[in-house]
Design a protein around this ligand. Structure first.
Ligand code: GDP
Ligand code: MG
Length: 165
């Protein structure tokens, strides 16, 4: 635990996307390195925090797991499920939602979660890369279940926020 006095910046980040894509699990993987097989345990928790060091600065990420918290957010993780085509088809709507309710300068990373479910893949990496490039979003595929790329995705987002604010 880092004392408040050592924190240089607090960055508000939102995790959004369709229901059941793994938003809550990505958040608990990043903040607690845990995956809840009984995911009811996070009900009622509005945000989680993790303090990281980026380029020598101590940054507390305050990460909200609720739609409707876009105001004041510096970053967004927009999550779809690589096994659910519909959750990817809805991503454009979530981008509109962010552009309407968040600051123009918000940094967005598109996340294809559940990358461990290789046999059930319904969205190709190429389609997602193309969409992300079109929209000017960062992109990563993650697995909250085994932890793949979760930290690196958050770090890319936080580093980009650091370089633009
Ligand atoms: P949310 O509604 O977006 O917050 O989704 P949850 O985090 O509650 O996850 C929805 C379901 O997907 C739960 O049954 C999770 O255990 C499961 N899940 C979440 N992330 C992953 C993942 O990376 N891999 C797999 N296989 N299942 C996941
Ligand atoms: Mg959830």
């Amino acid at each position: 635990n880092v004392p408040e006095s050592r924190i240089d910046y607090v960055y508000k980040v939102v995790v959004i996307g369709d229901s059941a894509v793994g938003k809550t699990q990505i958040l608990s993987r990043f903040t607690k390195n845990e995956f809840y097989f009984d995911s009811k345990s996070t009900i009622g928790v509005e945000f989680q925090t993790r303090t990281v060091t980026i380029k020598g600065k101590v940054i507390k990420a305050q990460i909200w797991d609720t739609a409707g918290q876009e105001r004041g957010a510096l970053g967004a993780m927009l999550v779809y499920d690589i096994t659910k085509r519909q959750s990817f088809d809805h991503v454009a709507r979530w981008v509109e939602e962010l552009r309407a309710h968040a600051d123009n300068s918000i940094v967005i990373i598109l996340i294809g979660n559940k990358a461990d479910l290789v046999d059930l893949r319904a969205v190709s990496t190429e389609d997602a890369v193309e969409f992300a490039e079109d929209q000017g979003l960062f992109f990563s595929e993650t697995s909250a279940l085994n932890g793949d790329n979760v930290d690196s995705a958050f770090f890319r987002l936080l580093e980009q926020i650091y370089s633009v604010v």
